[in-house]
Design a protein around this ligand. Structure first.
Ligand code: ADP
Length: 378
């Protein structure tokens, strides 16, 4: 049964707001995106009012779910900080009237150090680390999941948050097609596979729906996935970031309580320039860069095992040395990595005794060593 916007609006008309009028008349609703029984929208309010509206958000979600045919409803609160950003340029989303303003969420020039309250940690999670890349297609998500599995193999309790809102890949990489359930406290329960607790926006909405989200919506959705998920006790939560170094990424880097970041790059010059931007982004918000991983570093013939440095291998190692950040390791371009990842069985899981799994575990070890104090303290 196809769900119409009219039906959703009728359900939302029953939700009262602190402004004393129904939600549909409060000038706070974004466009309503409906795809395949999944409903997504945001409620845009002033930052000062955000607390008072949290109940409205949960009621709106519940109301949308009562509409026959709705399987998932996700509603986020986007708080605009109107007073804070008088003459700033608009963000890349090209926001029009009534649409949340990306620039309003842009961090101050000096990042976290500039008097912003530090984001609170996630109870039970010792260390959150980002896996980032300056551009798409360098193997960031493949690295994120295999690294998470490598850390698992070292005996750590590991979660994986797919925050790549523009192209969530965890459904493909894990083969998970279920939806997270809510527990008694109304928190989403992450899906568990390969011993990892996994959450992805791809479990909740279609990829195309996420593509149209603007900066503040991305942030809200990620915050919800971070804070409204029952992660349990974890040593490390690996966050697969959206590729690039734009406003949304910078805001995420700032607002997620990160203990460190890993940057994935290929050896080509262009990708390295992007990696440098990534590095600069994390430095700007005072997140320590744990190191650079060179992915697709060299080609390894699946037949004879011969290695060819087709991309002029070694660029990321030199770059890391030049920039004074650790070089974490080189991952070859290999069919086994691609075929296994794309089939939902990442190589560390499917070939645990193979050479690739060993590389990911070694990289995991270097990261664990850097986080040791944090993990031990927890
Ligand atoms: P990103 O997250 O940076 O966009 P993905 O992790 O989705 O990149 O990888 C892009 C494609 O490259 C996928 O098809 C993936 O299987 C493949 N890939 C990634 N790393 C490797 C590798 N080391 N060897 C072979 N294929 C790889």
């Amino acid at each position: 049964m196809s769900v119409t916007e009219r039906q959703i609006r009728d359900a939302l008309a029953e939700v009262a707001t602190p402004r004393g009028v129904p939600l549909t008349q409060a000038s706070a609703l974004s466009e309503i995106a409906i795809a395949d029984g999944k409903v997504y929208f945001s409620i845009n309010v002033d930052a000062a009012e955000a607390k008072a509206w949290e109940g409205v958000r949960t009621q709106a979600e519940a109301a949308a779910r009562t509409v026959p045919g709705v399987s998932v409803a996700m509603v986020v609160l986007t708080a605009e900080r109107r007073a804070a950003a008088p003459a700033q340029p608009r963000g890349r989303g090209g926001a029009g009237p009534g649409v949340p303003n990306v620039a309003a969420h842009r961090p101050p020039p000096h990042g976290r150090g500039a008097g912003l309250p530090k984001q609170s940690d996630i109870p039970g999670v010792a260390a959150i680390i980002a896996v980032a890349s300056g551009k798409g297609g360098v193997g960031k998500s493949t690295t994120a999941i295999n690294l998470a599995l490598g850390l698992r193999d070292l005996g750590l309790r590991v979660g994986l948050l797919d925050a790549d809102i523009y192209g969530p890949s965890m459904p493909r990489l894990t083969g998970i097609h279920d939806k997270p359930k809510l527990n008694d406290n109304k928190k989403m329960v992450p899906l568990v596979k390969f011993g990892l607790s996994i959450m992805s926006i791809g479990f909740l909405v279609e990829e195309e729906t996420a593509m149209i989200w603007r900066g503040p919506m991305v942030m809200s959705a990620v915050t919800q996935m971070l804070r409204e998920v029952a992660w349990g006790e974890l040593d490390v939560l690996v966050v697969d970031m959206p590729p690039g170094t734009g406003d949304a990424q910078l805001t995420l880097a700032q607002e997620v309580p990160l203990k460190g970041a890993v940057i994935v790059s290929t050896p080509q010059d262009l990708s390295l320039i992007d990696a440098r931007r990534g590095l600069a982004m994390f430095r700007k918000v005072n997140v320590p860069v744990l190191g650079i991983v060179e992915n697709m570093s060299y080609f390894q013939c699946p037949e004879c095992g011969t290695r060819s440095d087709i991309f002029g291998h070694g660029g990321a190692r030199h770059e890391a040395e030049r920039l004074g950040v650790p070089f974490l390791g080189e991952i070859p371009l290999h069919m086994a990595i691609r075929a296994n990842s794309d089939a939902g069985t990442p190589v560390v899981e499917s070939e645990p005794d193979g050479p690739h799994a060993a590389i990911y575990r070694e990289i995991g070890g270097k990261i664990r060593d850097q986080l040791r104090g944090v993990i031990a303290a927890a």
